[in-house]
Design a protein around this ligand. Structure first.
Ligand SMILES: Cc1cc2nc3c(=O)[nH]c(=O)nc-3n(C[C@H](O)[C@H](O)[C@H](O)COP(=O)(O)OP(=O)(O)OC[C@H]3O[C@@H](n4cnc5c(N)ncnc54)[C@H](O)[C@@H]3O)c2cc1C
Ligand SMILES: C[S@@+](CC[C@H](N)C(=O)[O-])C[C@H]1O[C@@H](n2cnc3c(N)ncnc32)[C@H](O)[C@@H]1O
Length: 623
């Protein structure tokens, strides 16, 4: 199976599909056609003026030209919607180089095409979220057969629909009545649909689905195009909006300024919510997120289990804020990680050495670089990084619309009229807002006693990275396996670098005292991960140069985060307190995804991951 769908670039740089024997775009003025047929056909950009969000659904992502045209129009429009969602499906993703090449043919799209190509990686079958312009332009890509992918998406109401398969003669699936029926499920009354095809069977299929369709003038050399509007004579059967969906962004309290609370606050604020974060400590990142540096690496399993897919979705969503706001080499370091494990005989179905999966067997040169023997069983995760959690939290908390109030320990949440009040232990009102989210890590137990949250104590060890030849004793990249080792993290104040290794797991324990036996266990762990580092760490410890740090993780029974209403059994409680916690040992991988998920649920938006995966994080799975 080829890694990427081949594209043939013909005379005049016209992209052609050998699979379908058709061209991706018309021979002349591809961008002008996209603007005329699709944007213009749906009344854009005018239609999105002043809206909180605009949601475009497309069939056939191809080279992404319609997406880039929509994004470009959105950027140019001072009256643009606050958030632009573009959801598209594609069975045969092309190479990033072809995406770049198609965009580069249009000078105004060049930079946008580069940005799209930069996120064009890891596109395994399934739903992927790409984010641009600091998360205000969200592209949700369903990689797979169109109808199957549309069914995998969580339901949402599309404001515009672009139908863009190849010609019906060569690509009938993309115009089949069953597919159009699935597409129509996303339409609300007034949704406009546009396409270049004026085929009679298409028009005939749209009408019984509730669309009134008419031919419209095309852009020469095309004579016509098709425009339609969803306006059925009957009341379409639709699930009622979920009770948590807010008519418009309002005010929200978030309890806890760790990774979870900061991520939720930033996601809500980007959608126009006014968010107050209440933190018990004097500074944010006071709980488990005070971890000096952590590893963000995907979970891997031979059968690509749920946790593996969730962790990749989380890392994809979490990667963007890191790239947008943090300084590489100082606050975080992308560049991959090696995972030592013995059960790598079988790879998940469909994975190949050259992707699109971003994890594969570590090559001999990777092992050599890491200072490991050539036969060491290990994986290489290209999409992995170390991150200093406090830096990410600070970036999220500094987003417009987020207000941090420290020294505010919330003891109780009470309903008062249409608002929630956060009270301290004396019953004094600390703050109030329409909504409230508990993101207090393991201390969420006090505010959410009904939820099964478990404490898992953990201790890590840090020590100085030696310079000169001794420095080579450490691997160049993080290594994980039974624990993890992160080398070369800068300590700016001391102008030195440190390594961190860990961690211990004390199930059911919620104390943060430093224990020598945990340090001994961590030293043994380092030695198992990497011989050279083991010796170096033991020497540093003997010389009194190491330091330990301990924190308490919060986990759920199935080790997946919990995002949703506090009382999953009571539908009426959907506007009551929500929780975002139980990030377990993967706060860096999950925080951004959980924040986006919560915010998407409150706004009825397309989800950043497939419906089934989103449900796997919802508190309602407990009911
Ligand atoms: C030893 C160890 C190693 C780890 N290594 C990694 C790693 O390598 N990679 C990774 O991804 N994850 C790692 N983790 C997990 C990660 O640290 C957590 O998943 C993450 O920090 C949890 O974030 P949180 O916001 O849910 O909770 P916390 O960070 O605990 O934040 C909760 C916040 O709420 C505040 N708070 C509590 N109660 C109240 C209240 N009543 N009122 C107001 N504020 C309150 C607290 O002060 C705190 O600031 C590790 C954890 C530990 C302990
Ligand atoms: C005309 S091209 C789309 C052009 C694209 N909208 C753009 O702006 O560049 C049609 C796309 O539909 C995809 N496609 C064809 N059949 C499909 C199917 N059954 N499911 C999903 N995608 C399909 C093709 O691979 C191709 O990329």
């Amino acid at each position: 199976m080829p890694v990427a769908e081949p594209v043939e670039w013909g005379a005049g740089d016209v992209p052609h599909s050998p699979r379908f024997g058709d061209i991706y775009h018309s021979c002349s003025g591809a961008l002008a056609q996209a603007r005329h047929v699709f944007l213009g056909g749906c009344g854009l950009p005018g239609a999105w003026a002043g809206q909180a969000q605009w949601r475009i659904l497309e069939t056939g992502f191809g080279l992404g030209l319609n997406f880039l045209a929509a994004w470009h129009a959105w950027r140019q429009d001072p009256a643009r919607a606050r958030l632009l969602h573009f959801v598209s499906v594609e069975a045969y993703p092309v190479a990033g180089a072809d995406v770049r090449r198609a965009a580069a043919l249009h000078p105004e799209l060049g930079a946008l095409g580069e940005a799209l190509a930069a996120q064009w990686h890891g596109l395994l079958p399934g739903v992927h979220r790409l984010a641009f312009d600091e998360g205000r332009v969200l592209l949700t890509l369903g990689i797979g057969e169109a109808r199957q992918m549309l069914r995998a998406l969580a339901p949402f109401e599309a404001d515009s629909i672009f139908l863009d398969g190849f010609s019906p003669a060569v690509n009938p699936d993309m115009w089949a009545p069953e597919l159009l029926k699935t597409v129509a499920r996303f339409a609300r009354r007034g949704t406009r649909l546009a396409t270049w095809s004026i085929a009679r069977p298409l028009r005939d299929a749209l009408v019984p689905l509730g669309f009134s369709a008419h031919k419209a003038p095309g852009l020469p050399p095309k004579r016509d195009c098709l425009q339609a509007r969803f306006d059925p004579a009957w009341t379409p059967r639709r699930a009622p909006p979920p009770p948590e969906q807010a008519a418009q962004p309002g005010t929200c309290l978030v309890v806890g300024a760790g990774l979870a609370g900061a991520a939720v606050a930033a996601s809500l604020a980007r959608r126009g919510w006014q968010v107050t974060v209440l933190e018990a400590a004097a500074d944010p990142a006071a709980g488990a997120s005070a971890l000096p540096v952590g590893l963000m690496a995907p979970h891997w399993s031979p059968d690509d289990a749920l946790m593996s897919r969730l962790s990749r979705a989380g890392i994809r969503v979490g990667w963007q804020p890191l790239q947008d706001w943090l300084v590489p080499g100082r606050d975080w370091q992308p560049g991959g990680a090696l995972e030592r494990r013995d059960d790598t005989q079988r790879m998940p179905d469909g994975w190949q050495a050259d992707g699109p999966n971003e994890s594969w067997y570590a090559t001999a040169s990777r092992l050599h670089e890491a200072g490991l023997a050539p036969q060491t069983p290990a994986l290489w995760h290209a999409r992995a990084a170390w991150v200093r959690p406090a830096r990410l939290i600070a970036a999220w908390l500094s987003r417009p619309g987020v207000q941090l109030r420290t020294g505010m320990r919330v003891s109780r949440l009470v309903r008062c009229g249409g608002s929630w009040q956060a009270l301290d232990q004396n019953g004094t009102v600390l703050a109030q807002a329409e909504r409230v989210v508990i993101a207090a890590g393991i201390d969420s137990r006090a505010l959410a006693p009904g939820l099964p949250l478990n404490a898992v104590r953990g201790q890590v060890l840090t020590g100085p990275c030696p310079g000169g030849e001794d420095g080579a004793a450490l691997p160049s990249h993080p290594i994980n396996g039974d624990g993890h080792l992160i080398p070369g993290v800068p300590d700016e104040a001391a102008h030195t670098r440190f390594w961190l290794a860990g961690s211990t797991y004390g199930r059911g324990e919620d104390t943060r005292d430093i224990r020598e036996e945990d340090t001994v266990a961590n030293l043994a762990r380092i030695a198992r991960l990497h011989g050279g580092a083991g010796t170096l760490a033991a020497d540093a410890h003997a010389g009194g140069q190491t330091q330990a740090w301990a924190g308490v993780r919060c986990t759920s029974r199935d080790r997946r985060p919990l995002v949703g209403p506090l009382d999953p059994l009571d539908p009426a409680a959907a506007q009551g307190p929500w929780i975002c916690s139980a990030l377990g040992s993967r706060g860096l991988s999950f925080a951004a995804l959980c924040g986006e998920l919560l915010a998407a649920r409150w706004s009825g938006e397309p989800m950043p991951l497939a419906h089934a995966l989103a449900a796997a994080l919802d508190t309602r799975r407990l009911s």
